[in-house]
Ligand binder design. Structure first.
Ligand code: GAP
Length: 520
């Protein structure tokens, strides 16, 4: 496998069309979705702030995820945790992060720039080098006379670099700690506490949404590889004897999923196979029905975010990409203009983490069931929020389709602003009625905006540009017949509805209970 063409193994396909990434990223900056953190001081590479629109979109995305993967789950139930972002040395030694959470790195002897050695080789030679030792990577660099892509200077030997960011807790000589590299570890550390306080019986899940930190050697591609990001993770704890039986599997059994199998990758195939969750389970492509359950739910969820079904798939990670303890890893990869990118990592972590924390801490994390001590097995879906936001931005971006401007076709439930309220002209009583309508919608929990500046056409354009699904115009008919005009961003059609029905109608449009066409 070593040295084979990278384009044959998932990550490399669909490169090119870089223009789209630049376009979307520049728009996201200009329109206030995201910008560099501490920008006026030059910032820190790979650390970004989400502006007003990005922050709202992130909150909407998290809320949609919580509802779908946590709050509505009954069997098994999923509990929530809000753990610390600072973890002690011993915990991360036990989890393996201190010893093996590393990337291969190389530096330029002339300009001193640091680079990921594997990325440099993949980008320059298109070779697949996952799992190679620093010595093997150095050999490839020397044999192919690779130089610094920026200044063409010579390169150092490859060494390994730990990705965790250290912090010192307390004054000098205090405790050594690290910013957590994944939210998962709090869940393992608090497993017994949660189980006891909730009187939880296996199987049950613990979910956590929060920041994780990785000292990436070369952060790049906007939000795709950053140093501070948000994860939404679930650790599903299951009795080892029950791992072959998910109590709610029937709910997803017919959902179609796309999987790029190991066999396909070995043959150099890049087009995933389509199968139902049941078929994937029966053909033993997936290790257990818990994994199938999450892959099916992720397929439904990602489509609801506006990512087309045929633009993502699950890739069975090759053995050299998979931790030794794992019973199988399946990454959700989305096709982007900059290549296929991993957005979710799904892992069958077995009982590795709990067992290691038991050994290192000396504390019993097993559960007593019928007099037997049981260490649960774990299936983990791990979502990255910032990567998801970028995928939504790129897949919902629309070029000018004759309307005179480019726009975003965000699904209403994650659009940063649901509706724009505008008076036809800047005159009373239209302005007052508009503002009251805007206040009323806000009081009913809707994220709406008010705009009375410029022509109606310009205001529609501004709304489209930031992906607002609906515009509500107050005109003289409102004063006479209490009707308002509601414009649909996607079709640009307009419907006339009673002002008193506005809240209910917008709520139904957002939740998908009705479609805009139903109003015509
Ligand atoms: N607990 C398992 C875990 O953390 P991972 O594959 O390392 O697995 C899971 O990360 C997800 O977190 C990724 O699929 C990605 O969405 C996100 N992620 C990881 N590193 C990231 C980075 N440097 N920048 C942005 N998102 C990242």
């Amino acid at each position: 496998m070593a040295g084979m063409d990278k384009s044959k193994i998932g990550g490399g396909k669909n490169r090119g069309e870089k223009g789209l990434f630049e376009k979307v990223w520049t728009l996201a900056n200009h329109r206030g979705f995201v910008f560099p953190s501490a920008e006026i001081y030059g910032g820190i590479a790979g650390i970004y702030d989400l502006g007003p629109l990005g922050a709202k979109m992130k909150n909407n995305l998290i809320q949609a995820w919580r509802e779908f993967f946590v709050l509505r789950e009954t069997n098994p139930p999923v509990y929530e945790l809000d753990g610390s972002t600072i973890l002690p040395y011993d915990a991360l030694k036990a989890s393996g992060h201190l010893d093996s959470f590393t990337d291969p790195t190389v530096s330029c002897l002339k300009c001193k720039k640091w680079m990921r050695a594997d990325h440099l080789i993949e980008d320059s030679l298109g070779m697949y080098v996952e799992g190679m030792t620093p010595e093997e990577l150095t050999k490839i660099i020397r044999e192919n006379n690779l130089v610094c892509p920026d200044c063409r200077g010579g390169l150092s030997d490859v060494s390994v670099f730990n990705l965790m960011l250290g912090v010192q807790v307390g004054p000098a000589g205090g405790q050594i700690a690290f910013l957590r590299p994944e939210t998962a570890q709090d869940i393992f550390l608090d497993f017994k506490r949660v189980q006891q306080s909730m009187r939880a019986k296996l199987p049950f899940g613990i979910a956590q949404i929060g920041k994780s930190y990785r000292n990436e050697i070369s952060p790049r591609q906007g939000l795709i590889r950053v140093r501070e990001f948000t994860q939404m993770e679930i650790e599903m704890f299951v009795h080892p004897k029950e791992i072959g039986n998910h109590p709610s599997f029937d709910k997803v059994k017919d959902v179609k999923i796309r999987i790029l199998t190991r066999e396909q990758q070995k043959k150099g195939e890049t087009e995933p196979m389509e199968m139902t969750a049941t078929e994937a389970q029966e053909k033993k492509i997936l290790p257990n029905p818990y994994m199938a359950y999450y892959l099916a739910k992720e397929t439904i969820f990602y489509q609801s975010l506006g990512i087309p079904y045929d633009k993502f798939h699950f890739r069975h990670m090759m053995p050299e990409e998979t931790p030794f303890y794992s019973g199988g890893n399946f990454d959700l990869e989305v096709e982007l203009s900059i290549g296929r990118k991993e957005i979710i990592g799904n892992a069958y972590r077995t009982n590795y983490d709990l067992s290691n924390h038991m050994k290192k801490s000396g504390k019993d994390l097993s559960i007593s069931i019928d007099g037997e001590k049981v260490i649960p097995e774990v299936v983990e879906p791990s979502f990255g929020v910032e990567r998801a936001i970028y995928c939504v931005l790129e897949h919902c971006y629309r070029e000018d389709d004759g309307r005179g401007w480019s726009w975003f076709q965000f699904p209403p439930k994650i659009a940063p602003i649901t509706a724009l309220i505008l008076p036809l002209v800047r005159k009373e009583p239209l302005m007052e009625i508009s503002f009251k309508t805007y206040e009323n919608l806000k009081e009913n929990g809707l994220d709406v905006d008010y705009d009375d500046r410029g022509s109606v056409g310009k205001r529609y354009a501004r709304a489209d540009e930031i992906g607002i699904p609906f515009c509500v115009t107050i005109d003289y008919d409102t004063t006479k017949a209490n009707t308002v005009t509601i414009r649909d961003r996607d079709s640009r059609e307009q419907a006339f509805i009673n002002k008193d029905d506005l809240v209910g109608i917008i709520l139904k449009l957002v939740s998908g209970v009705i479609q805009f066409g139903d109003l015509l």
